[in-house]
Design a protein around this ligand. Sequence first.
Ligand code: AMP
Length: 387
Amino acid sequence: MKRTIRDLKNIQDKRVLLRCDFNVPLDKYGDILDATRIDASIPTIKYLVNQNCKLIICSHLGRPKGYDKFLSLFPVAVCLMKYFPNKVKFCPKVVGDEVKRDISKLKSGNILVIENLRFDPREEENDPTFVKELASYADIYVDDAFGVAHRKHASNYGVALKLPNAVGFLIEKELKVFDEAFKNPKRPFVAIFGGAKVKDKLPLIKNIIGKADTVLIGGGMAYTFLLAEGINIGKSIVDLSLVDEAKSILDEARKAGMNVILPVDHVALKYDRVVKADNLDADMIGLDIGKKTAKLFAKEIKSAGQIVWNGPLGKYEDKAFRKGTFMIAKAVAKSSAYSIVGGGDSVGAINTLGFTDKIDHLSTGGGASMKLMEGKTLPAIEVIDTL
Ligand code: AMP
């Protein structure tokens, strides 16, 4: 069991460095398009404010190469001001005298948000001088940035090794949900996998063999599996180097008694026409699951006891190929099963359709949740003390 903020004693008046994942989408005016990630960290922030800590919050935002005014954390600080009126100050620097001065003036129960960590290239390099600087800001370190927990960066991995530490409520919940779902699943356990990067998804499917009862495979990755079954895939996306591995995973899964269902029809592109097809001919590119497949998948989802879903069932960004993902999102939302959804596109589909409240757990970390589904540990969590 990792130490959580509830286990930290005598923290009032202490300086606490809290690493959040405020990597929120912004429009060109700097307005936050979706504040889910900020909302998700509010319980941890509230707890630490109520404990009268001097709270220093840090996060990354986007992938800046050096300073980038369009990726400032200022809009995030403004959003936090609405939750904590008169308690939040923003420092437009990550390191240096201005940060130190603001921290020295920070009152108990107040919050200082410092600028985007990735404006300093040493963050992603886990550079020891940057780690030392960040660690000097606080007496205690709290990690609530689940979205980057699979990374070894200065502000999560490096700093945790330097200070007394704990995880926040968000990370505590993410770990608990995935642990219970895989160790003690409600049955039938139905896993749904989509997306295009078959190389990234194979370890998930491998780890779920013997744990899930049914696996539904859609999206671009399905074509590598269909080819492994000797089915024509036309010009659809495929990773030829992984066809043999896909075949042995299918064999192993079926040997273990798992029900593996692949697409039986498609929405495809034939030259510049969108067509529906049970069988793809040589000129077709499969870009979404078809209606029959969606119905087949929905039937399994309806009778599930637990659902884990990662990845879109089609080329979701394109209106013509998002119906399959939407149908699956609807089926998952309608199902009475315990549901966990991870990955940007799948979570996006749920939110777009207004099903946010119908899902038991929407994971805040795509990459990190995939590592947990692979049965792996997360480096930034490994370095947090155990109880
Ligand atoms: P991943 O990061 O592996 O979850 O993949 C997500 C991406 O897969 C999205 O950008 C989708 O557009 C893409 N995708 C899903 N289905 C297909 C498909 N049939 N062909 C090409 N790309 C797809």
